[in-house]
Design a protein around this ligand. Structure first.
Ligand code: EPU
Length: 342
């Protein structure tokens, strides 16, 4: 284990923010992790867990130990007539893992192809796209519990998966995800009801084609972080009460919406931003993407301050027009490596 100092995190966060970490270490095992945690205690440093860096906003300087999770490996655990159970290291690249499951004729994750990041981050915000959320295919999550200093297995029902949320978001300083156990189907049960996915598949209703079309749709709408640094959807789609929604739809009949449990309605943040004139608009070097207004892009060498100025301007304009508050999706860190409210 090699603890480095003054490390530039720009290549490790997909928004490409300049951010110098006072201490940085890459860990490949639970033993490495324990050593890193001991180092942080001995030097009185907070720990910032770094996965694929595709859902974070970092300040220019961080005084903390950044722990990059690089635990690899894929292992078959068991199978029955319907499914196979697989244990995957938190450091595996998510998209490569999805492609691999398809070559193994294991089904469920195809709708989630091309999502940036690593496997270990997938349960944290319960990544979702095109009608599927990862929590549906997770059996359990293996963690190192920093409170009890031991490894634990948390069953899916105890992870409390919901839209872009899980217990790992509520208690970010407690668990370090080391492995994710997936239960994948041997026979495809395709979810093709999202938007124009079914039409895009034409007459080939195979899981392979579903994956291909998801990749195609994402590539046609979403910017490649290597070309346009971004963190995917920058805001969550707001979930509002039915009563509030009724007033909104009376004024704006075209608002895209999706009914939710418990008398709530989810509305499309991208549409709200688009209608507020922000699609393709920039402030300084940061703007909302011209093909999908929900994605914030760092067009030059923006800092966190620039990013904040843009997203707060978007929030203000959307609130003034629609009376709806947009909540950012990426996690915001302060200069001591701790998570802050937006
Ligand atoms: N829309 C506009 N203008 C825009 C963008 C969207 O009018 O600039 C409208 C669309 O026409 C559509 C609606 O808003 O009627 C929803 O748009 P879209 O289908 O593109 O999906 P989204 O709600 O913007 C969500 C996820 C994406 C996921 C897609 C597909 C969130 C925050 N985002 O986006 O996830 O890929 O659905 O399932 O839930 C991510 O989290 O990083 C992400 C990309």
């Amino acid at each position: 284990m090699n603890i480095e100092s003054q490390v530039q995190l720009k290549p490790f966060n997909t928004l490409s923010l300049n951010s110098i970490a006072s201490h940085y270490v890459k860990i490949q095992s639970i033993v490495d992790l324990q050593q890193a945690l001991q180092f942080s205690k001995a030097h009185d440093l907070n720990v910032l867990l770094l996965s694929g860096g595709s859902n974070m906003m970092l300040p220019e300087h961080i005084h903390a130990l950044v722990v990059a999770i690089d635990i690899q490996g894929i292992e078959f655990l068991s199978e029955d007539a319907e499914s196979k159970t697989i244990k995957v290291g938190a450091g595996q690249v998510w998209h490569d893992f999805v492609l691999w499951t398809t070559t193994q004729q294991l089904y469920g994750l195809q709708n989630l192809a091309l999502i940036p990041g690593l496997v270990g981050a997938s349960p944290v915000q319960n990544i979702g796209a095109y009608g599927v959320e990862v929590g549906e295919f997770i059996q359990s999550v293996e963690v190192y519990d920093r409170q009890s200093a031991q490894t634990l297995s948390i069953q899916a029902q105890d992870c409390h998966f919901s839209y872009r949320h899980s217990i790992f978001k509520d208690d970010p300083d407690r668990y370090v995800i080391t492995h994710v156990i997936f239960k994948l189907l041997k026979h495809a049960d395709l979810k093709v009801n999202y938007g124009d996915l079914k039409d895009a598949m034409m007459d080939d209703m195979s899981a392979e084609n579903l994956q291909k079309q998801v990749i195609h749709i994402r590539q046609s709408k979403l910017p490649d972080p290597n070309e346009y640094p971004n963190v995917g959807s920058f805001f969550k789609n707001p979930i509002i009460k039915q009563q509030e929604f009724s007033q909104l739809i009376a004024k704006f009949p075209n608002i895209p919406h999706y009914p939710q449990a418990g008398n709530h309605v989810k509305i499309a943040a991208g549409w709200l931003i688009d209608q507020s004139g922000w699609k393709g608009k920039q402030l300084n070097q940061v703007g909302m993407f011209h093909k999908q207004a929900l994605v914030l892009v760092n067009y030059a060498d923006a800092t966190l301050t620039d990013v904040r100025a843009t997203y707060q301007a978007v929030q203000k304009d959307v609130f003034e027009k629609f009376g709806v508050h947009l909540e950012p999706e990426p996690v915001l860190y302060n200069k001591l490596g701790l998570i802050e409210n937006h």
